[in-house]
Each structure stands twice: as C-alpha cells, then as structure tokens.
Design a binder for this molecule. Sequence first.
Ligand SMILES: Cc1ncc(C[n+]2csc(CCOP(=O)(O)OP(=O)(O)O)c2C)c(N)n1
Length: 377
Amino acid sequence: MINIENFYRILTDCNISFFVGVPDSYLNGFCNYLLDIDPERNIIAANEGNAIAIAAGHYIATQEIPLVYMQNSGMGNSLNPLVSLADENVYSIPMILLIGWRGRPGTGDWPQHKRQGEITLALLDDMGIPYSILTETDYARIIKQATEYAYVNKQSYAIVVPKGILDGKKDNVKDDSYPMSRNEAIETVLNAVSEDAIFVATTGRATRELYYLRQKRKEDTSRDFLNVGSMGHASSVAMGMALARPDKEFVILDGDAAAIMHMGAMTMAGKLDIPNLLHIVLNNGTHESVGGQPSAGFLIDFCGIAKACGYECFDKYVKTKEALTEAVYRLSNRKRAGFIEVRIHNGMDGGLPPLNLSHMEAIGSLMNTLEKKEIEK
Ligand SMILES: Cc1ncc(C[n+]2csc(CCOP(=O)(O)OP(=O)(O)O)c2C)c(N)n1
C-alpha cells in the first residue's frame, strides 16, 4: 500500500492538482484523500466520458494537466472523448489517467470484471496511450515519467493501478440522514408489489441485497435480473423487457449514481409505452459500493426530472416504509412508466454475503420464467 499523502505530494510537485473522475474501490484511498484535502479541485463526475471532457475543458482554460481517475469498467465510457476530442489527431489534450485494474488476469475477480481486466492494457495500446503499472516501490518515478510525457508530447499517459496499492479501508459508516436502509427499502418494495413482478437490480450493493433478501425470505430468484456490471444500464435492460412483455410488471431497483451515470435513459420513459415499468431510485447520495464518495443524488430533483421525462411520479421523494408502500399502491394504476425516489441512509449490513452464483444459470431461469408465461397465455 502506497502512502497516499506522498503519492498526492508527488503529483502536486509535478503540477498535477486538478482531479476529476468516477470513484473505484481500488482507488478508494486516493479518492477519499482527495475529498478531504481539496474538495474544490476534485470533481466527482457523472460518468467517465463526462470526466474526460471536463478535464479537457480544464486544460483548454488553464493549460494545466488534469488527472482523470476511473475503474477500468469505465474505459468504455471514456473512449469516445479520449479518441475524438483529446487525441493527437484532434485537439491533443494531455491528461494523466489513473485506472483501477479490476479483473487483472490471474488475480481472480467477479465475472463482470473478467473481460475488461483482460483487455485493459490492449485498449490503451489501441488508443495509443502509453502506460505504466503502478508499484509500491516505484511510484514516484512513474508519476514523474507520466507527467513529463504528457507535458512534452501533449498526449495522455495512463497509470494502471492493481489491487491493494491505492485502496483504503472501505468504511461502513451508517449515517442517520434518512430512516430506511437499502435493505429495508428493498424489502418494503418486495412486500408492496405483486408477487410475480420481475425485479432488475443495479450494479453494486443492490444486487447483493436483493439476492440476500430472496434467500432470507425463501423466495426463488428466477424473477430477478442482477445487473452486476454495465453500471447505469439496469433501467434500459428493464425497459427492453417491459416493452417486449406488456403483460408483466418490471421493477427497477436503481442507485442514484447509476441512474445519474446514464440519465439519458430516463427520457425513454416519455417515448416508450411501458406503464408496466416501475423505476425506483434508492438514493443515498453516494457511491456507497465503492467507498461512499458523494454523488449528485441529494443535489438534484429526481422526481422533477422523471416527470419531465414522461414518468408518472409520486410526490418529491419518500423516506419511510409507510410512504414507500403508499407510493407503490398509488402508482399501481398508472398509465405511464412509474417513478419513485426513495431517500435512504448509508451503512450496510456487514454480514451481507458476496454474490456467489452462476450468471448463466440465473439468466436461464429468468428467461424460463418469461417463456413459461408466454406458453400459458
Ligand atoms: C462504468 C463504471 N464505472 C464505475 C464503476 C464502479 N462502481 C461500481 S458500483 C459504483 C457506485 C454505485 O453507486 P450507486 O448507484 O449510487 O449505488 P450504491 O453503491 O450507493 O448503492 C461504482 C462507481 C462501475 N462498476 N462501472
């Protein structure tokens, strides 16, 4: 584990002092240090493409080289502005990329990280971005080499970060901002909607909580889709299913940061005839699954946005079990897609088991459930 203070000091010695990105658990110690030390110059972006473009704007306005941090899962989001905005063939905007290397071959990681882990270095090669793999002993030299390259060549340089080098302890801090936990909110929804509704849960803790609750309640999981990767796309997967199966109800358990990451998807509620869709955002105002860094969740009016996008909404937001149950009932006769924002507190059940399941089996039984209904009809 690198001393984060030293790491930061070397960056600032090399004139890197503007930071923008999406948090990652492998960069957790660094991200949380930035939050403490200089929140003004650390922008937590909506998605990794947003981060690259903000960094580009910063460079254009100041000629200071920015640092963009991200999990390698976000490389896809960053690719378009990297190659069509910052690339040497266009505006040649240099930046330092700090990339958490989930799924590094040989290290073992969850299935959703496997392919991205395998292609991380190849993607950088293909984009013409040189890189170094960060080590505990050689980090000062790597930072200097990266920044020198960026200044001299006006091009980006990536520092790829393996597990255990910049990750701090993930604090499980329970705050008392709102009465309900994620677990309680999900259980309330499970109790309020029809028994055969199909659930789609977002990346991170929501998938684990839903799976865990199904075991605890001795319910089968063949009606659940666990969107373990593709952050921000759970609602779109649900929309695709809802459109194809108007006879079934689909409930999305989304996260605030995930919904914000691909918020454009919400406009589809105004375009598509999907009253069988209920989109619930579990808003704790943070990226809790990767260390609790703040999102814009508490700064924006989700229900206002949802209404403007064509959803039917209940109130501004709900925060108690009773209000959440009431919201589900009030929306049960909706004519359009429904939307509920639930404010929840941070803090996770420490005993929550990891998600140990076969994704192919899980999708097989969900597809079976959907197919069975078709035959019965
Ligand atoms: C494209 C992409 N970027 C970053 C990540 C890392 N990541 C996993 S979960 C998560 C935070 C999700 O926050 P939110 O949706 O609010 O749910 P919470 O964790 O608070 O329950 C992040 C940033 C990822 N999986 N994919």
